[in-house]
Design a protein around this ligand. Structure first.
Ligand code: TYD
Ligand code: MG
Length: 455
């Protein structure tokens, strides 16, 4: 028998159950139900409005008060991903693996913003004040007028933030907070939901931009994902491949801007450096481009970015050949391999295939199909692509090469970095001084790679 007030809450999706079970019947996750005692039954948490007269007051879409301007923090890559600065009264969730640099990024955001006159507070629930100070010292931000505190009790944080006026508040992290309204431990769904709810309410009420840090669980979700993600206005994720200094900031949800923007940073000894021109960074510059390499002219958000696709096709020693891919979708790789086999006569059945996007960037644009296919064909046929050639185009299952958006921006960026040729969809147009090899079928592109015919 469940005790009075006890509920079993799924730590993955937040669904509440009256009995414990091995599997959550809402999201299907195993072993995620944890007993959480609620001090008040759910639903009774909101104060009753019986005293007030009930009803609904309708408003117009037109606003009488102009929206307050966005707060530019000065960290331009961060501001752009937010949609041009943070919005007063909004809540942002920043997720990422432990150690990726979330605290570093937000301390830098606070430090830079404070130096521009933005009233900032940085509240750490994970590190002691001295530790944060030490980091600020290394980043050259000791003099920035950021108000710093180490605190985990939501009630104290909310009271403290009510006493002073702030524009931007960072809470690092949401999983360390606890609210005395609930008995369950910090980091549990109930606590995370309660703490986030209170801070979001505070943000709206007082016009503060609140940034909450959230740790990501093993399977890539922010703990208590559904319960926090729907409460906040924007969900950003900070990513980086192990072993690379590059860090990418992405928006997964943004009520105030586009979600396809990325911010690029480089982690160094004195914090994060903004990378204004990512193409130069992701390209494996210098040296001959070997067989198996193809430079993709891509678009990330509003910016064109050049990245190198590297493929290796090698005889397999095992019955089941290996397919390994870094930085691209493995399903997409399987599709491109199938099209190369079925439509272009290349056989991969007894070959191991490795595909890597250089520099640690993750590419999700369909326009990268042709670049991946060209890299694979180049490796399989041991024929390099021209040194100064970029590739872009979407490949369909029938083996057609389809045109993609913003071809001119792609080519312009490539021209800036010294490229003079492009392999792309037929009808890609003329962008002087480019020599464009237009192909309408993937088989044609493969033939050109094999025969080294580019005009
Ligand atoms: P941190 O911001 O603490 O990560 P998170 O908050 O996401 O857990 O960053 C930790 C890593 O960043 C750590 O491995 C050290 C590295 N780092 C640098 O390389 N240079 C720096 O200037 C700083 C502050 C951190
Ligand atoms: Mg941290």
């Amino acid at each position: 028998m469940a005790r009075d007030g006890a509920v079993y809450v799924c730590q993955a999706c937040g669904a509440a159950h009256s009995k414990w079970a091995g599997q959550c019947n809402a999201c299907g996750a195993w072993n995620t139900l944890v007993e959480e005692v609620q001090s008040r039954p759910p639903g009774a948490l909101a104060p009753t409005r019986a005293a007030k007269q009930r009803g609904l007051a309708f408003e117009t879409l037109e606003s009488e008060v102009p929206a307050p301007p966005r707060i530019a923090t000065g960290v331009e890559e961060f501001d752009r991903v937010c949609g041009g600065g943070v919005v007063p009264g909004s809540a942002i969730l920043l997720g990422g693996d432990p150690g990726v640099g979330k605290s570093t990024l937000l301390l830098q955001v606070c430090g830079w913003a404070a130096q521009r006159g933005v009233r900032c507070a940085y509240i750490s629930g994970e590190e002691a004040v001295e530790q944060v100070r030490g980091r600020a010292g290394r980043m050259g931000l000791s003099a920035a007028p950021v108000k710093l505190a180490a605190e985990t009790a939501v009630r104290d944080i909310v009271d403290g933030l009510k006493r002073e006026a702030f524009d931007l508040v960072v809470i690092d992290s949401i999983q360390t907070l606890w609210s005395d309204m609930h008995d369950s431990g910090p980091g549990s769904v109930t606590q995370v939901r309660a703490a986030a709810g209170e801070l979001v309410r505070l943000a709206k009420k007082r016009g503060i931009a609140v940034v909450l840090v959230g740790h990501v669980t093993k399977d890539g979700q922010i703990a208590g994902p559904r319960v926090v993600e729907h409460m906040v206005d924007a969900v950003l994720s900070f990513e980086g491949e192990r072993g690379y200094p590059f860090r990418i900031l992405r928006a997964a949800k943004n009520r105030f801007g586009a979600t396809d923007e990325i911010g690029v940073f480089e982690m160094g000894d004195s914090g994060l450096r903004e990378v204004k021109n990512p193409s130069a960074l992701f390209l494996n510059d210098g040296g001959e481009r070997a067989a198996g390499a193809a430079v993709f002219a891509g678009i990330e958000g509003s910016r064109p970015v050049l990245v190198e696709f590297q493929a290796l096709v090698a005889p397999s020693a095992y019955g089941t050949p290996r397919r390994a891919v870094v930085g691209w979708d493995s399903g997409r790789l399987a599709m491109v391999l199938a099209v190369l086999e079925a439509r272009c006569g290349l056989g991969f059945g007894d070959k191991d295939v490795y595909l890597n996007v250089a520099g640690g960037l993750r590419i999700s644009e369909p326009a990268a199909d042709l670049a991946a296919a060209a890299a694979l064909a180049s490796s399989a046929l041991d024929a390099p692509l021209p040194q100064d050639c970029v590739v872009f185009g979407e490949v369909s299952l029938s083996g057609e090469v389809r045109s993609v958006s913003r071809m001119e921006s792609r080519l312009k960026e490539a021209a800036k970095l010294g490229f003079g040729r492009a392999l792309g969809p037929a009808g890609a147009g003329d962008v002087a001084p480019f020599i464009i090899t237009g192909v309408s079928r993937l088989a044609d592109a493969v033939r050109r790679v094999g025969d080294q015919v580019w005009t």
